[in-house]
Design a protein. Structure first.
Length: 166
């Protein structure tokens, strides 16, 4: 499958939201009717932090990268998590692969691409959370060499915290 990794634009909002809604209806993650919503995804795109894998059939996957100093970066407050000292980490959130394309390596490809982008921007590590109830995400992050730092609870939900130095 021929895909390009690029920064999302406002024109991608509808396609990203279709993918998000399709993933929500599969019931395989902690996303629900209220999260993430159109306003959150639009804000991610407006901040310049959303990236997509795009092919002939549109947006195949998306993810948001938050630089440490951005207002939306909340991972620092994860209770009980001792993040590794790094001067320029970023947070990754809302990885979404279109359901009919899942299990084809696109999550891995998106993560590898966004980690390369973070490194090119001078960031020194990634931080992310995965729902304890999302075995696919947890398996992916371990396979990518992310360090499992422990479990935490944010937004009234149990998560596993991961970090990887770049």
């Amino acid at each position: 499958m021929d895909l390009t990794f690029e920064k999302a634009t406002a024109a991608d909002l509808d396609a990203i939201m279709r993918n998000v809604e399709d993933v929500k209806h599969r019931g395989t993650c902690d996303w629900d009717d209220e999260y993430p919503d159109r306003e959150i995804i639009a804000a991610d795109i407006a901040s310049g932090g959303t990236y997509v894998l795009r092919g002939d059939e549109g947006v195949a996957a998306s993810i948001c990268m938050h630089a440490k100093d951005e207002e939306t970066h909340e991972l620092e407050s994860a209770p009980g998590i001792a993040w590794t000292a790094t001067d320029a980490p970023c947070g990754l959130s809302r990885l979404c692969v279109r359901p009919e394309l899942q299990n084809a390596g696109l999550g891995r490809r998106m993560m590898q691409s966004v980690m390369a982008e973070a490194k090119a921007r001078g960031l020194t590590g990634i931080r992310l959370l995965a729902s304890v109830d999302n075995p696919a995400a947890n398996s992916l992050y371990i396979r990518l060499g992310c360090n499992r730092l422990g479990e935490t609870r944010l937004y009234d939900w149990p998560f596993i915290a991961y970090e990887k130095l770049l």
